[in-house]
Design a binder for this molecule. Structure first.
Ligand code: ZN
Ligand code: FE
Length: 256
């Protein structure tokens, strides 16, 4: 099986677009459809014809180009069953644990309620790639618009069991502000400090911080580290549950 080919680009103000191409079958999926023109440009750059959109959730900055692209390519849109009514042009719904084929590649759907009630992530287990959209960012997680913190914590735990070598493609370039927040509560984490220096250098040169890796996130992303003794001490929450610590971290980030 030949490896998947990916094309990553920025669109809107801080969204990432990603095209996933299977060279064997010729299939090409856009992960969400934030903005039509940058997606068309990316496909043209690589000479790929869009066959699918994999929709993660219903927010406008993830579905805006669904209908326009469907009109142009007659492509198939696959998305979350729990947000089916809110997703333009949806053809096929997916629930937690569902699997489907993308050429010879297996795609597994992971429901991660929190940012929205029906948000799904697309996992390619054999390729060790996760499309996490607005659930898990580099050093961050999505805002809680439709579900309480305990649900998001449970969703993040479902992602955290994936192999450390999983490459994570996320929905927004928020990495620098996430990094500054992470340092404010995870003050003794040497790996985090080194990572933040790297991120500052990358962003100063306008470089993308996508993808990240699961192992690195588990060591440095405060939203995955509610059980960490040093973070708990800093928050004066040593006796609280992981859900409560996570909720406090999320609240502090909202006000950071
Ligand atoms: Zn969103
Ligand atoms: Fe978004």
């Amino acid at each position: 099986m030949k490896p998947l080919e990916l094309e990553v680009f920025s669109c809107r103000s801080d969204n990432y677009g990603v095209l996933v191409h299977d060279p064997e079958s010729g299939l090409t999926a856009s992960i969400d459809a934030p903005e039509e023109q940058p997606i068309l440009d990316a496909a043209a750059r690589r000479g790929w014809k869009l066959t699918h959109i994999f929709t993660t959730h219903h927010h406008g900055d993830h579905v805006e180009a669904n209908l326009a692209l469907k009109e142009k390519f007659g492509l198939e849109i696959i998305g979350p069953v729990n947000e089916a009514v809110a997703i333009p042009g949806l053809d096929r719904t997916m629930a937690d644990g569902d699997e489907f084929q993308f050429g010879e590649h297996v795609v597994r759907v992971i429901e991660t309620p929190g940012h929205t009630a029906g948000h799904i992530c697309f996992h390619f287990p054999d390729d060790k790639i996760l499309f996490a959209a607005d659930t898990l960012f580099a050093l961050g997680c999505g805002r809680l618009f439709e579900r309480p913190a305990a649900d998001m914590w449970a969703s993040l735990q479902k992602l955290a069991v994936l192999p450390d070598e999983t490459a994570i493609y996320f929905g927004h370039e928020y990495t620098l502000s996430n990094a500054r927040f992470a340092l404010s509560i995870d003050t003794e984490n040497e790996r985090l400090k080194a990572r933040v220096k790297e991120i500052e250098a990358q962003r100063a040169e306008g470089k993308f911080t996508i993808p990240t890796m699961m192992g690195l996130e588990k060591e440095t992303n405060p939203f995955l580290r509610a059980a960490d003794p040093s973070i708990r001490r800093n928050l004066l929450m040593e006796g609280n549950s992981n859900e409560e610590v996570f909720a406090e971290i999320r609240k502090r980030k909202d006000n950071f």
